[in-house]
Ligand binder design. Structure first.
Ligand code: UDP
Ligand code: MG
Length: 322
């Protein structure tokens, strides 16, 4: 089988030489051992880096045919870089494994993935055994995120990031999901097909800094929820109904006490409090509706998710038209 390892890289000049060395050794061994065919490759996707990432990739591709690389026209984000690589790899491979370029994920899980593929799995999710190498903050925010996702009814695999094997036909199926707001972890379980899990330990970043600061993580989480679940919208209508019923009760009570008792004091506090409360709820609801409208807006434009500006090492003549 022809295996492609797809690695999105954004400003990874510090860690790339290390990653390339380790992975090429791994892939070399697998080819020598007859586990994968000699046409197998590593495909680096330069996600519009502003440092010397592309320079390093050029050197690597000159040195060994095992390395191939594509460059996106600008920074498009991890998810887009990933599918750019997967769709490009799809034209040449039987299966592709996606993983981060910082080698946080144990590359020895690749063997097991390939075995599972040979047993007939189309998708193999690599799941972290524990998160002890993460900071306290990241560990707990990630946990809260998975809980929230489940609560909103989004199906995703716990403790699985974007380290997974996909067969060619699974990637072809993925190609039919045309949404611009990408949250791969939610889409891939929707594809179906036979799948399995591989468990591995995650290390700390070998070099360089995380490209996922809190701000990006939060917007990723909001994206994940609003792309897969309309339960926040349902929640709004239920909340609206509840508040409306409550206000009918309130009006009835006010009328009742006005008509039948003498001690009706002008309830300034109650009025101010309810104005604030209702104002807040309305703003929240408008915000949630706005999120979805924003999403519809970006989907209807159908802008391309990425544009490839350069390629090295991949033969274009083998390209299949889609
Ligand atoms: N990445 C990317 N584009 C971006 C941000 C990140 O291609 O805009 C890549 C990055 O080079 C790395 C992977 O996505 O290979 C995961 O990023 P990182 O390791 O910084 O995230 P963390 O592991 O800290 O969640
Ligand atoms: Mg990382």
């Amino acid at each position: 089988m022809v295996l492609y390892i797809v690695l999105p890289c954004y400003n990874e000049e510090e860690v790339l030489p290390l990653t390339a060395a380790k992975l090429s050794e791994k892939l070399g061994l697998m080819i020598a051992g007859g586990k994968v065919s000699p046409e197998s490759r590593m495909l680096f996707v330069d996600d519009g880096s502003s440092d010397n990432t592309w320079g390093i990739l050029k050197e690597l591709t000159d040195k060994s045919p095992l390395f191939t690389a594509i460059k996106l026209s600008r920074n498009k984000g991890h998810q887009n870089a990933l599918i750019a690589g997967l769709f490009r790899a799809m034209e040449h491979c039987d299966a592709a494994i996606s993983m981060d370029a910082d080698l946080q994920d144990d590359i020895n899980a690749i063997d097991e993935c390939v075995e599972k593929y040979k047993e007939g799995c189309d998708i193999v999710y690599c799941v972290r055994k524990d998160r002890s190498s993460d900071t306290f903050f990241k560990r707990n925010t990630a946990l809260a995120f998975y809980k929230l996702m489940r609560w909103f009814g989004v199906e995703s695999v716990n403790n699985h990031a974007d380290y997974r094997l996909m067969s060619r036909r699974a990637i072809e199926a993925l190609n039919n999901y045309k949404e611009v707001n990408l949250f791969l972890r939610g889409i891939i379980p929707l594809i179906g097909y036979k799948h399995d899990y591989v468990y591995y330990n995650r290390n700390e970043r070998a070099a360089g800094k995380s490209k996922y600061p809190l701000k990006k993580m939060l917007s990723f989480a909001v994206d994940g929820i609003t792309s897969f679940s309309i339960s926040p919208l349902k929640f709004i209508s239920r909340l609206g109904l509840f508040v409306a019923l409550l206000s009918i009760l309130g009006i009835a009570y006010a009328l009742f006490s006005k008509l039948f008792s003498d001690d009706t004091v002008a309830g300034w506090t109650a009025i101010v409090a309810s104005i604030w409360l209702l104002g807040g709820i309305q703003l929240l609801c408008l915000g949630i509706v706005g999120e979805y409208i924003g999403k519809i807006y970006s989907e209807v434009k159908e802008r391309p998710r990425y544009i490839i500006s350069e390629e090295i090492g991949i033969e274009s003549d083998k390209r299949v038209k889609y």
